[in-house]
Design a protein. Structure first.
Ligand code: FAD
Ligand code: AMP
Length: 480
């Protein structure tokens, strides 16, 4: 039996949505338990969920290693560095990644300890009447009670019937984060965030990579100009991105996989030695909701919540990937914090219109706020201003001058409504636009600020200046 059986708050799931909620609740003085069933490859319980174990962090670790390797091979000559004979040791790369995961997951254990959150390792299930069934790993089920319960059980990779997961040959994102050698020819199904990031990792390390995407448009949710520029840059790096190609069947042939897809009514088949299925993720509620718990899910399996993440059952909330909205770690964490603060009587809200989304290719692709397309559809008058990194002294000095910053502002009020960036450090630059949107800033506010020189940030400044046709380092559309 666990020591206590009644808590102010029980959180089921210790990913970035659940563990952050648990820590915030403890900081608010609540008596908190956080249940998680994740086991690492040695069968040890670990906290951190998808993000730390098989998501954000390991993918960024491999992206950083592979970018260093790629730069040595392709960008060192011009600097006078002779490094073309660099070699990659995949085992060491994976060990480094695993060490980072271990450091961060044990860091959360330390934070739980320091904040007096009780970690409960095993499976949780929501019962009726504010009760939770907790089954420890290798233990007997016990019933816990709580004043409030947060469900944060996350998501898992989606699979497609024509291409089932098969040993090491056809894998999902988790498998692609743990290859022991560089594939010769790798297929990636899905040109979304995860497909592009993992495709980039193995391409940079030497694989021939073909990305097969069912939709005719590249990154259709992104700003069209940024998507077009991103496609040009990534294709230029050798990623073979095939749009409008829907996978219809596959066959294992010895140690290769034959993938068949449809394009323009024609059937095409390609042979790969590894295939990564990256067609999205689905909410995970398997075994989480007892039949009589009362919590409703929608037709896609998401737990239904209101704008404050409350379910239809009083005192039961759900946050993160298991509810509507973008499947992003920071979105889940902020939802967790919002719920806890509302439980203790505060009134925070979450601005779902201001959540940055980032693709960690090189260069990075990032967006926040509205796209031109959305504003046009809503009949909102707007203006745009952009600045290419090719005109940035810092970007040129860094030999990293692809892409642009594009800002969108209201045509009449000048208020910043959106930012779209493909370029160096886009992941960090986009936060400057997010701050401007959140503070209801105008393009003029950005133009009046002093930006350090030389910095990548100056491209944000110049894009704001361009909105007023005052950019200094490019020729403006019209000059007055
Ligand atoms: P999860 O992180 O999935 O955690 C859910 C937890 O609940 C798990 O630990 C699971 O064990 C536990 N659980 C489930 N059911 C039960 C149960 N019944 N009992 C006990 N425990 C249970 N997002 C970003 O913002 N930036 C990125 O760069 C990024 N990169 C990614 C790269 C990859 C390859 C992948 C796969 C995802 C990436 N994501 C990224 C998405 C991000 O990982 C998720 O949005 C995030 O992890 C969701 O957090 P969560 O807490 O809702 O769920
Ligand atoms: P994301 O949800 O951002 O991870 O992107 C997943 C991508 O996979 C989407 O762009 C889908 O269009 C794509 N996709 C889904 N099913 C298939 C399929 N059968 N063949 C090719 N691409 C697919």
């Amino acid at each position: 039996m666990s020591q206590k059986s009644h808590f102010d708050l029980i959180v089921i799931g210790a990913g970035p949505a659940g563990y952050v909620a648990a820590i915030r609740a403890a900081l608010c003085g609540l008596n908190v338990a956080c249940i998680d069933k994740w086991l690492d490859s040695d069968n040890n319980p670990v906290l951190g969920g998808t993000c730390l174990n098989v998501g954000c962090i390991p993918s960024k670790a491999l992206l950083d290693t592979s970018q260093r390797f790629y730069d040595l091979q392709h960008h060192s000559d011009a600097h006078g560095i002779k490094a073309q004979s660099a070699q990659i040791d995949v085992h060491t790369m994976m060990e480094r990644k695993n060490k980072i995961i271990q450091q961060l997951t044990s860091g959360i254990s330390g934070l739980f300890k320091g904040n007096k959150v009780s970690p409960l390792f095993g499976t949780g299930q929501l019962l009726a009447d504010k009760k939770v069934a907790f089954t420890p790993h290798n233990g007997k089920t016990e019933t816990l009670t709580a004043e409030h319960i947060i469900l944060a059980t996350g998501s898992v990779p989606t699979q497609i019937p024509p291409l089932p997961i098969h040993d090491d040959l056809v894998v999902d994102s988790t498998g692609a984060l743990a290859f022991d050698t560089v594939p010769k020819r790798m297929g990636v199904i899905g040109a979304g965030v995860i497909g592009l990031e993992l495709g980039s990792v193995w391409k940079r390390l030497g694989a021939e990579v073909v990305v097969i995407e069912a939709l005719p448009d590249f990154l259709p949710a992104m700003d069209k100009q940024i998507a077009k520029e991103s496609l040009k840059i990534l294709s230029g790096q050798g990623l073979d991105i095939r749009l409008g190609c829907k996978v219809t069947s596959s066959k294992i042939d010895g140690d290769t996989v034959v993938v068949v897809y449809e394009n323009d009514g024609k059937e095409v088949s390609e042979t790969f030695d590894r295939v990564v299925v990256a067609v999205g993720r689905r909410p995970y509620t398997h075994g989480v909701l007892a039949d009589d718990c009362g919590v409703k899910t929608d037709e896609c399996g998401f737990i239904i919540v209101d704008e404050y993440c409350a379910t239809n059952v009083p005192h039961v909330y759900a946050v993160g990937d298991v509810v509507r909205g973008p499947m992003l770690a920071h979105k889940g964490s902020e939802e967790g914090i919002m719920v806890v603060e509302r439980i203790v009587g505060k009134q925070p809200t979450l601005n779902y219109d201001c959540i940055p989304s980032i693709i960690y290719t090189h260069p990075e692709i990032a967006a926040v706020g509205k796209t031109e397309h959305e504003l046009k559809s809503a009949g909102v008058p707007y203006k745009t201003g952009s600045f290419p990194f090719a005109a940035s002294g810092r970007a040129l000095a860094a030999d990293d001058a692809h892409g642009l910053v594009k800002l969108i502002a209201h045509a009449e009020t000048d208020r910043i409504l959106g930012g779209h960036i493909v370029g160096p450090n886009a992941a960090d630059l986009i936060q400057q636009v997010a701050i401007a949107i959140e503070f209801q800033g105008s393009a003029e506010d950005l133009t009046l600020m002093v930006f350090g020189h030389p910095t990548f940030s100056e491209a944000v400044h110049e894009a704001a200046l361009a909105l007023h046709n005052h950019a200094i380092h490019i020729i403006n559309r019209k000059t007055k």
